[in-house]
Write a protein that binds this ligand. Structure first.
Ligand SMILES: NC(=O)c1ccc[n+]([C@@H]2O[C@H](COP(=O)([O-])OP(=O)(O)OC[C@H]3O[C@@H](n4cnc5c(N)ncnc54)[C@H](O)[C@@H]3O)[C@@H](O)[C@H]2O)c1
Length: 366
């Protein structure tokens, strides 16, 4: 059996603790926690101590002996920090798993793509839904039935994390230096201005964050289901940027409609993909933003028979956790000596940012 990959978790906040830390500390995992890096000194120290690994508040702050023992980083710090953390890690010769979005703008993403190519290291972006058994079962089913997708509608109602993680024993970290927080906000405002081509208002920033940090998951999954060139036909926002959407058209004429709405006033999540095909309709419903081993429902509604009935089949009952599978795949790619991940490479993520930026610009003209 190949030796486990030693990884530093960089950014041990919500998704870091709920998802990645669980995988990195699971018995027998092919990727193991070797250090904690978090801008909060309290959080870094508490988690480092709890898991018996070295800790620091920055990658550069890790002792040389610790850095030398690392193979990889798992970056789950806030979006504005992604570019610099990934660049630092690549400069240290480390493989990089980075949460979505890869970067704040297509320009920043392209710079990272060049840095990754020059490094010869694996860089995988955290689109965990591509590892969910349900979309993979859907694609297998389509292939088996020689069916073709003719349209997709995606509707997401997102109350954010609170209802799903309320009982999770978080290690708190409220002492991130204000300079780090202010730098992140400054970089985000600059990114919005760059993509928009003018000074942003606060609803612009809310909308852009909804596009690149939330709708990005759905766009990426749509691009897995329909791997064709796409152009953005429309972008729209409402509710002060808490609701965002886009329409895309593929090269073969398939129309894709997507809407993401954040509504913290409810405690219920639904992420529904309706996939129209030449052999019936599929409905795929993700259970929660933090999947937590819950099954993604996948129903196939067949074309009707001579008696005007449509059979309905449930074609996924797997409880395999996409957040776990994605890190295992990252480790497999490194162990196999690959220079690219098995899925979710930086090129795909840069194209996601380009399409989302285009939809965002169109939305702000309305
Ligand atoms: N794949 C998913 O479904 C999913 C879900 C939620 C969040 N995310 C992504 O994960 C990332 C983290 O999101 P979150 O909700 O966990 O955020 P969070 O704010 O809860 O956690 C971020 C952590 O990073 C630390 N941090 C801040 N700046 C840092 C820096 N420069 N270096 C090291 N640590 C730093 C903070 O102290 C905090 O502990 C974001 O990029 C987000 O888009 C992905």
């Amino acid at each position: 059996m190949a030796e486990a990959i030693h990884a530093a978790l960089v950014g041990a906040g919500l998704v870091g603790q709920v998802a990645h830390l669980q995988t990195l500390t699971a018995p027998g995992s092919p990727i193991r926690l070797a250090a904690i890096v978090d801008a909060s000194p309290t959080r870094a120290a508490a988690l480092g101590t709890a898991h018996h690994v070295p800790h620091a508040t920055s990658l550069a702050g890790l002792a040389d002996t610790v850095s030398a023992s690392l193979d990889a980083v798992v970056i789950a710090a806030p979006d504005p920090a992604h570019h610099d953390l990934a660049s630092t890690a690549l400069g240290m010769g480390l493989h990089v798993f980075i949460e979505k979005p890869l970067a704040l703008t297509p320009t920043e993403g392209a710079a990272m793509q060049a840095a990754v190519a020059a490094s010869g290291r694996v860089c995988q972006v955290g689109y965990m839904k591509r590892f969910d058994p349900a979309p993979n079962a859907l694609l297998d089913d389509l292939l088996r039935r020689a069916a073709r997708i003719t349209g997709i509608a995606v509707e997401v109602r997102d109350p954010d994390a609170a209802p799903f993680v309320r009982d999770f024993p978080f290690v708190p970290g409220t002492d991130v230096p204000s300079s780090v927080v202010e730098e992140g906000a400054r970089r985000f405002a600059e990114a919005v201005a760059e993509v928009l081509g003018r000074l942003p208002e606060s609803s612009d920033a809310t909308a852009y964050a909804s596009y690149i940090s939330a709708l990005v998951h759905d766009l990426n999954l749509v691009r897995m289901l329909v791997p064709e060139a796409m152009r953005v036909e429309a972008g729209f926002t409402a509710m002060g940027g808490l609701q965002v959407g886009m329409h895309l058209r593929t090269a073969s004429g398939c129309l894709i409609r997507m809407t993401h709405t954040q509504d913290p006033s409810i405690a219920d999540y639904e992420e529904r993909f309706t996939v129209y095909t030449t052999r019936g309709v599929y409905e795929m419903v993700f259970p929660a933003p933090y999947l937590l081993h819950a099954t993604t429902t996948l129903r196939r509604i067949d074309v009707k028979d001579a008696t005007e009935r449509s059979e309905i089949a449930f074609i996924n009952d797997s409880t395999e956790e996409a957040f776990v599978l994605e890190l295992h795949a990252f480790a497999d790619a490194i162990q196999a000596g690959r220079t690219t991940p098995v899925a979710n490479d930086v090129g795909e993520a840069v194209e996601d940012l380009r399409l989302l930026g285009e939809a965002f610009r169109l939305s702000r003209r309305n």
